[in-house]
Design a protein around this ligand. Structure first.
Ligand SMILES: Cc1ncc(COP(=O)(O)O)c(C=O)c1O
Length: 374
């Protein structure tokens, strides 16, 4: 390959602002795990493994012949299904039709949210200390500043433009209590700060009951400045469809819609149809939740018996586990047993002694992991 042309440095202007893709650093541990005589059990990523429910697949294919452009705002039936599911599943009330908007998976929305809201170098985005990496990526894409803080006092005198919440958390499974959520909402409201609450794992609760930022007990029925971000990837195993939505402050949602219309950020018609089927049917969601609950009931005691302490992990798709040693040592220890997990340092320096163990593996793979840990 010829040497890179210095005149083309401009072509990396954006990617050079972004962090190194951390998963590349897991290659050696992955090779070790793959060399296990019975094969790898990959618990390093949160990708669903169970087939999409037939009711959703049928809705997708039934819409496959639709030739026209879909609405960026979402079909009226989709908006109604979003509002209905948020009310039934999470007790969220008072959302008008124009307060919800479908997105092409929530990673897309999170990566572009600061840009879509017009944030730039003068703006500060606050993210959790242990966090899904795309919050930071989105701020960097907009050229905004980022700080990691789990408490309001850590933020200091500066007024952020946007603050992220993520309860239940990826990676820790921590659930923020109603008082914590109320405090953040009140603090943000006094200062005109937007709160984006990533509620990707809200439907996967085990030992604690998480609440949406839009729940009346949190926001007193006032959605001003609040955005709740919901994914269908985990609760309905639709990661491959790219399906999510944002709901909350109608003024903010209208602004997002106005920009997204111009930018062509449109959810395809068959995916909109599949989303309606998924949001109208609570049965497949309950089945999926029980699958993860079953896998968690096996894996959690197996890790404890193998000498791990499990912190938080009261909800969501991960066990936040530690052996009180550097996380890369734990990754290697598990890789020697054919099990691949994610080092906690991927999510922030506070994760230096933890690993994230995903529940997203088949029952057979979970059984194999349990056997190897014994
Ligand atoms: C906390 C969190 N938010 C958002 C996402 C993105 O989900 P999707 O883009 O599939 O909707 C993930 C995916 O793992 C996640 O863990």
């Amino acid at each position: 390959m010829s040497a890179p042309n210095p005149d083309r440095a401009h072509s990396r202007r954006v990617s050079s602002r972004l962090p190194v893709f951390p998963w590349d650093t897991l290659a050696e541990a992955a090779d070790t795990a793959r060399a296990h005589p019975e094969g790898i059990v990959d618990l390093s990523v949160g990708t669903p493994v169970d087939p999409v429910a037939p009711v959703i697949q049928q809705a997708l294919t039934a819409a496959a012949g639709e030739p026209g452009y879909p609405a960026t705002a979402g079909a009226p039936a989709l908006r109604a299904s979003i509002i209905g599911s948020l009310r039934r599943r999470y007790g969220i009330t008072g959302l008008p039709e124009h307060a919800v908007l479908p997105v092409i998976g929530t990673k897309e929305l999170i990566a572009w949210l600061p840009t879509l809201l017009g944030l730039d170098a003068g703006d500060l985005v606050v993210i959790p200390e242990l966090a899904y990496p795309t919050y930071d990526v989105g701020a960097r894409l907009a050229g905004a500043q980022v700080t990691a803080a789990d408490s309001l006092t850590q933020i200091g005198p500066r007024r952020p433009s946007l603050i992220y919440l993520n309860s239940p958390s990826n990676p820790t499974g921590r659930v923020l209590g109603v008082e914590h959520l109320r405090k953040v909402v009140g603090w943000a409201r006094e200062r005109g700060v937007i709160v984006a609450s990533d509620e990707c794992y809200l439907g996967l609760a085990w030992d604690a009951q998480p609440l949406s930022v839009l729940h009346p007990a949190v926001c007193d029925d006032d959605h001003t400045g609040l955005l709740a971000i919901h994914s269908l990837s985990k609760t309905s195993s639709l990661a491959g469809y790219r399906a999510g939505f944002v709901a909350g402050d109608p003024w903010l949602v209208a602004e997002l819609l106005a920009v997204r219309k111009h930018a062509g950020m449109i959810v395809p018609t068959p995916v909109q149809a599949a989303m309606i089927a998924a949001l109208d049917d609570d049965g497949h969601e309950a089945i999926q939740r029980e699958r993860y609950a079953r896998r968690r009931r096996k894996l959690l005691p197996a890790l404890r018996h193998a000498g791990f302490a499990i912190d938080n992990s009261e909800a969501g798709l991960y066990l936040w586990a530690t052996r009180g040693e550097p996380c890369r040592d734990t990754v290697s220890w598990l890789a020697d047993r054919g099990i691949l997990v994610a080092p906690g340092e991927f999510y922030g320096p506070k994760g230096a002694q933890h690993v994230r163990v995903a529940l997203t593996a088949t029952d057979d793979a979970i059984d194999a992991a349990v056997k190897r840990l014994a």
